[in-house]
Design a protein around this ligand. Structure first.
Ligand SMILES: Nc1nc2c(ncn2[C@@H]2O[C@H](COP(=O)(O)OP(=O)(O)OP(=O)(O)O)[C@@H](O)[C@H]2O)c(=O)[nH]1
Ligand SMILES: [Mg+2]
Length: 377
């Protein structure tokens, strides 16, 4: 075996040198980013197996050519994988201090997906058209496991568009949505910080009170942060709706009975960090007031799939009835909705699609959700 080491400023430069020195049969043994220096520098080690070359040279020309292409493709794959590893470790290093943690974790998840795709690619799980569909689904944010499962359900069709259409129908029939909008009673909005609870409540309050002419009362239980309730108070004032601010369960019960003449009572709850021990238990206890409370869990699609799944499982304890996906307009990788819906099994009640109150909200519709999952729009 002939082994050579190169110091290069780009992976492409390494590939060119390796091809020239060692030929197409060469394989990459390792790539390493050298630290220090003003320009990026990589150390690439490549090798060529002399024995294999001799044997190959006796094979017919055509076979030898396709063998070389395969080795070269696998060498490039090694390069890509090493690059991704390198990027992942760099991200891990800076993640500890960096304020843009969320974006980095999304980037890391994206790279994990890529790694998975490369893994499946190498194993050649789906040759031909199904593999294109598989990459399409994973690139859209569906987890590799669920993409694999979906690809296994596809009918024997022979073009990409037809297969996508058929998968879209399969997904449409698997999306549960809330049947019949609530016109009376108590509706609460729960979820992680900043997902859009207060804004979504305001959009729906406007819709119910103005379009459907229902009498609506608002309750803000968000007294954790200074002036947190002011946001909802402002909306209430604009819409001419009564509002009560409550900080504990007794006050909440009183507020509910003072609104007993109202068709609909909408309750805003505070978002709290997941590090806040006991918060979900307190929330569950707070919402157990002896009257049915329809609870909506809000999940922002700008969060990673893992974050959404983690939040869905954390809020399980409050036994929420519906999911509202927020920030459709800002998110990429909307396929992650498929994982959440499939995992959680609760109906989706609304999608929110922007910051404008009251317009940027839509009733959940299975066909629309399936299109977002498959085509992102
Ligand atoms: N792009 C976009 N932004 C949204 C959407 N819904 C809410 N927002 C924005 O998200 C930010 C947070 O919204 P809030 O309604 O305050 O979120 P919250 O869940 O009540 O936040 P906390 O009470 O702090 O936990 C605001 O800037 C909203 O305008 C949406 O559908 N799309
Ligand atoms: Mg809020």
């Amino acid at each position: 075996m002939q082994i050579k080491r190169y110091e290069v400023s780009s992976i492409q430069e390494a590939m060119n040198k390796i091809r020239m020195d060692l030929g197409e049969e060469a394989v990459i043994l390792s790539t390493k980013r050298l630290r220090g220096g003003k320009v990026p520098l990589f150390e690439v080690t490549a090798a060529r197996d002399e024995k294999e070359k001799k044997v190959d040279s006796h094979k017919p020309r055509e076979t030898h050519k396709s063998g070389s292409q395969r080795v070269s493709a696998s060498a490039e794959m090694d390069m890509i994988r090493n690059d991704l590893m390198e990027m992942k470790s760099l991200i891990r290093d800076i993640k500890r201090e960096d304020p843009i943690r969320k974006e980095l974790s999304q980037l890391r998840e994206y790279m994990n997906n890529l790694m998975n795709v490369l893994g499946h690619w190498e194993k050649n799980l789906f040759p031909g058209l199904p593999s294109q569909i598989y990459y399409h689904l994973v690139a859209n944010g569906i987890s590799p496991e669920r993409a694999y499962r979906l690809v296994n359900t596809i009918a024997k069709l022979d073009n990409f568009e037809d297969i996508c259409k058929s998968l879209e129908n399969t997904i449409t029939s698997s999306i549960p949505v809330t049947e019949g909008r609530k016109k009376r009673g108590v509706i609460a909005f729960v979820g992680p910080t900043g997902v859009g609870k207060t804004t979504t409540l305001a959009k729906l309050a406007a819709r119910y009170s103005m379009n459907e002419r229902l009498s609506v009362g608002l309750i803000s239980a968000d007294t954790y942060r200074i002036a947190a309730a002011d946001q909802l108070k402002t909306y209430a004032k604009i819409m001419g709706l009564p509002i009560k601010v409550v900080s504990e369960k007794g006050e909440f019960k009183e507020a509910l009975s003072s609104f007993s003449d109202r068709d609909l009572i909408m309750v805003d709850t505070p978002g709290k960090s997941r590090k806040d021990q006991g918060y979900i238990e307190k929330l569950r206890d707070f919402l157990s007031v002896g009257v049915p409370v329809e609870t909506n869990l809000l999940l922002s699609l700008t969060a990673s799939r893992e974050n959404m799944l983690e939040a869905a499982s954390r809020f399980d304890m409050v036994n929420y009835d519906n999911i509202i996906f927020t920030k459709v307009d800002e998110a990429t990788g909307l396929g992650s909705m498929y994982d959440v819906i499939d995992e959680v099994g609760k109906p989706v009640s609304y999608l929110t699609v922007g910051q404008n109150v009251p317009d940027d909200i839509e009733d959940a519709n299975p066909g629309r959700i399936a299109r977002l999952i498959m085509h992102q729009s």
